[in-house]
Write a protein that binds this ligand. Structure first.
Ligand SMILES: Nc1ncnc2c1ncn2[C@@H]1O[C@H](COP(=O)(O)OP(=O)(O)O)[C@@H](O)[C@H]1O
Ligand SMILES: [Mg+2]
Length: 248
């Protein structure tokens, strides 16, 4: 079975790509043969005559892999919408067999795959299928990226409950984008309360830092930054086989 983690978030633009890239960069720096995947993307950009996913470019550079962008991201829609809606407008049929084939190929090639979902866990990808079904197909544990500020307890609890109702296995939460100027009582107390209510570890509170916004990223910087601010290495060690490469 393919080892890896499926990164979802309580929202879009929450930091899934940054955290997924950060985890991949940390694993790479620790000597793990890590692969990355963005199975479905929307809001693709024109690049050398085709539509590509900026998330896939970020992940590829973070993990320092030479896999084809088409393998990392087998389906890229142009419109920045839920995949089901973008696919309908663009008259694209979402072929899950193609996505499975790419996932299996990456799984054969690499020891550990960091998969970034699209939007949040209840986003429709086509027909009655949701992102949660995609995570089910891959049979990977989840890491949830959430906001650090007021309102995040609710969003995080909803995401965890929804994931569990699909039989998914959330293993940890990262609160991302904490700004110095907005550090208040909510930001201070949220990690403990979320951990208490979800029974999941908070694997880090990642500060807002403009250096994380570079695309393509600097893998070494990303790795060092995530190592400093998260315990994602611990998560990877739990999810990796015991004879794998310990991160610390
Ligand atoms: N900790 C952070 N500090 C600064 N910018 C961030 C941070 N996390 C994410 N960003 C920026 O916020 C935007 C959304 O992040 P991204 O990882 O793309 O979210 P998602 O993948 O969930 O849509 C991007 O422009 C990214 O560079
Ligand atoms: Mg993303």
């Amino acid at each position: 079975m393919t080892k890896g983690v499926f990164i979802t978030g309580t929202d879009t633009e929450i930091g899934k790509t940054v955290i997924a890239g950060g985890l991949a960069a940390m694993l790479k720096a620790a000597g793990v043969d890590v692969g990355v995947m963005k199975p479905i993307a929307s809001g693709g950009v024109e690049h050398e005559g085709r539509i590509v996913s900026e998330d896939a470019i970020f992940l590829k550079r973070a993990a320092l892999v030479d896999d084809d962008l088409d393998l990392i991201n087998p389906l890229c829609l142009r419109h920045p919408l839920a995949p089901s809606v973008a696919a309908e407008i663009e008259e694209v049929t979402i072929d899950l067999r193609q996505i499975d084939a790419a996932f299996n190929q990456l799984g054969r090639k690499h020891e550990f795959i960091v998969v970034e979902g699209v939007g949040g866990i209840a986003v429709p990808i086509g027909g009655d299928l949701l992102v949660a079904h995609l995570a089910q197909r891959f049979q990977l544990p989840l890491l949830i990226v959430a906001r650090p500020d007021l309102g995040t307890i609710n969003h995080t609890m909803l995401t965890v409950a929804f994931a569990r109702s699909f039989g998914l296995d959330p293993r940890g939460i990262v609160l991302n984008g904490l700004r110095d100027e907005s550090k208040g009582l909510a930001e201070e107390t949220n990690p403990k309360e979320i951990a208490r209510m979800t029974h999941l570890p908070i694997m880090g509170v990642v500060p807002f830092d403009v250096r994380l916004q570079r695309n393509p990223p600097d893998s070494a910087f990303l790795s060092q930054f995530m190592d400093e601010h998260t315990e994602l290495g611990v998560l990877a060690n739990i999810l990796n086989p015991p004879n794998g490469h310990p991160l610390r």
